[in-house]
Design a binder for this molecule. Structure first.
Ligand SMILES: C[S@@+](CC[C@H](N)C(=O)[O-])C[C@H]1O[C@@H](n2cnc3c(N)ncnc32)[C@H](O)[C@@H]1O
Length: 165
């Protein structure tokens, strides 16, 4: 498990039990810069992190992950992606807000409905979030060499996509 934040790694340790985990405190940027051991992993999965990298860094990281996978290994990225147009963004942000409010309702927090409606725009305004379009990233994966490249699930801006080596 690799993350640039010690705090996040500590949280992961609390959630996971067993010895079969390695916790690596490293940024994606330094992972990209270092040589990678080829054909090591059967499965690489990333969740809600790669959208912090810019276009070029994403490409470099996908390249490294491809190298690190064994033949037929699978890479899955669960990440927010950039809507294709402002109209698409409007609908996808509304889906996000509706999802939050429905969850608040289902969990008996009716008093908080509407309180988090700013969430999608706050996410968009933060410089640390650099989502790329889904179509761009699917092409990136194919160009790196991945096969079976596809989006397996998408709800608004949140996508599950990847491919095999
Ligand atoms: C929204 S959190 C998701 C954490 C976890 N992967 C999950 O799904 O619960 C985003 C994570 O990306 C990590 N991150 C952001 N930029 C990074 C970078 N350049 N290198 C390594 N990790 C990074 C942060 O430290 C943070 O833990």
């Amino acid at each position: 498990m690799l993350d640039g934040s010690d705090i996040m790694l500590e949280k992961a340790k609390e959630s996971l039990s067993g010895d079969n985990f390695e916790y690596i405190h490293q940024t994606f940027e330094s992972f990209i810069d270092e040589p990678v051991e080829a054909s090591t992993y059967d499965f690489i999965c990333s969740s809600n992190a790669i959208h912090h990298l810019d276009h070029t860094e994403k490409e470099q990281l996908y390249n490294k992950m491809y190298k690190a996978l064994k033949s037929n290994g699978l890479f899955i990225n669960i990440d927010p992606v950039l809507p294709n147009s402002s109209l698409s963004e409007k609908y996808q942000f509304q889906l996000w807000v509706d999802w939050i409010n429905n969850n608040l309702k289902d969990h008996g927090s009716q008093d908080k409905i509407g309180k988090y409606d700013h969430t999608p725009n706050s996410y968009k305004d933060k410089d640390e979030n650099k989502p790329s379009k889904l179509s761009t990233q699917l092409s990136m994966l194919e160009n790196v060499g991945f096969k079976d490249v596809d989006c397996f699930y998408k709800y608004g801006v949140f996508a599950v996509f990847g491919g095999t080596k």
